[in-house]
Design a protein around this ligand. Sequence first.
Ligand code: ADP
Ligand code: G3P
Length: 524
Amino acid sequence: MSSDPRYVVAVDQGTTSTRSIVFDLQGRMVSLASRQHRHHHPQPGWSEHDPAEIWRHVQHVVPQALDDIGADASQVVALGIANQRESCLVWERRTGRPLTPVITWEDTRAGDVVQQVLDAGHGDLVVERTGAPVSTYFAGSRLRWLLDHVRGLAERAERGEVCFGTMETWLVWNLTGGADGGRHVTDVTNASRTNLLDVRGLDWDPRMLEVFGVPHAMLPHVEPTTGDFGTCTSVLPGVPVAAAMGDQQAALFGQTCFAPGQSKATFGTGAFLLVNAGSEVPPSGHGLVPTVAYVLPGEAPVYALEGSVAAAGSLVQWCRDALRLVPTAPRIETLARTAPDNGGCYVVPAFSGLYAPRWDAHARGVIVGLTAYVDRGHLARGVLEATAWQTAEVVEAVASALGHGLDALRVDGGMTTNHLLMQTVADVLDVPVERPLFAETVSVGAAYAAGLGVGAWGDLDALSRLWRRAARWEPAMPDAVRRRERAQWSRAVERAQHWVELPEGPDQLLLSAPEPPPVPEDRP
Ligand SMILES: Nc1ncnc2c1ncn2[C@@H]1O[C@H](COP(=O)(O)OP(=O)(O)O)[C@@H](O)[C@H]1O
Ligand SMILES: O=P(O)(O)OC[C@H](O)CO
């Protein structure tokens, strides 16, 4: 065996930042580099990133993570990509020039498209074919919005002159050559978040393309989670892109939830609970969404049942950036610990409406129960409790769907360094909460999948043996308190619900970037 160390590199392209993590072949994390990108909110309900900025960050963090350990591309056996899901953009096939910003999963501008699809009576059909309800959350409605509002885009899409993609599609295209032969591919887990994929056939559904008016010519080829996504021509020249998957599916994989019934919750910008549902599409219902967990070549697909919470860490970020309540996100814990409880104050962060299990696009955020007694500490408590209670609603829905509750919940994501929050989650769920040693489970999952793809690791059992618990929080809240607080939370949510009429979309192109962003730097 060569003494030259060998590595698997993961890229986690998240809503807040882009990270690159290097793993050795024992599955240990050996280096991490990260960069936050800007988040634009040009109008209420709009949420955008600059695709060129994100590609630049990938070009920066991947070499940096390798440089930090004195390694280079020649020692990398595979690259795996995990990404914020549903966020999407369109670019020009000939030049690779982005024609739109990244319209993120939190963006609600396509509310009128959703309404049109529902008014046309297609709501049940979309759920039956794709597993997911019609929502601005899934990419199809936002793609339709772009086709309607970017001048000339619909015609160019019909002619095959433009490429649609979610974030892994954009990154794989650029990594494998861009306009000079880059691959236009998506992975099946990301594709299952578009309202356009036949969740059983695992390819674009012609009926859904009709319903959303999406030309097939602009869509990427759908690939299994691990396999041949092409070879990097830049950033990691010669290295195969061996896996790509949505970040929440990657976290399920990284938490080694390979057996039906195993679950994890990731607390990042949003919060996402996924339960492994085995190889049959689980029934929709209880406000949960069947989704593709992973597809390994030559094996039956594995599905998950998902409960997505739109706003979790983003509420903390809003407290930091918009309210200046805290200087950094972790300081929300320090502030919350100055108060013994929420002082009667409840925060419902329905910035993008409410997702699972209520699915109310018309909901908007509220802070209720304010009296002159409430101070910053109480508010910070209310902010953390909002994530816990939203998760509790999802866990209740999962219990109804499965017919039994969870024994324990594996957690990960940026918010899980917050001990008070994790204790609160255990308390309101009345379930123990466990965090693994490698809390960057999204990257772990992408690396595991990529390593499997090139034979660097044996099999799923070998990966399961790598999971190590680092922390556990036991429920400690008296039942009576839990019941009382649960009832108060429900009353607060009711006040947030049905708040707005969905706005009509503008008639003309109103993207916030009137000039297309510059072509990524490394292209001639
Ligand atoms: N200690 C903390 N307490 C509460 N929220 C936190 C803490 N640390 C980070 N966050 C929140 O977590 C999010 C970042 O988590 P991360 O998993 O990196 O997100 P993403 O994958 O969505 O980019 C941010 O929204 C931030 O506000
Ligand atoms: O980037 P994250 O961790 O907020 O994840 C975003 C989700 O994939 C949205 O569905």
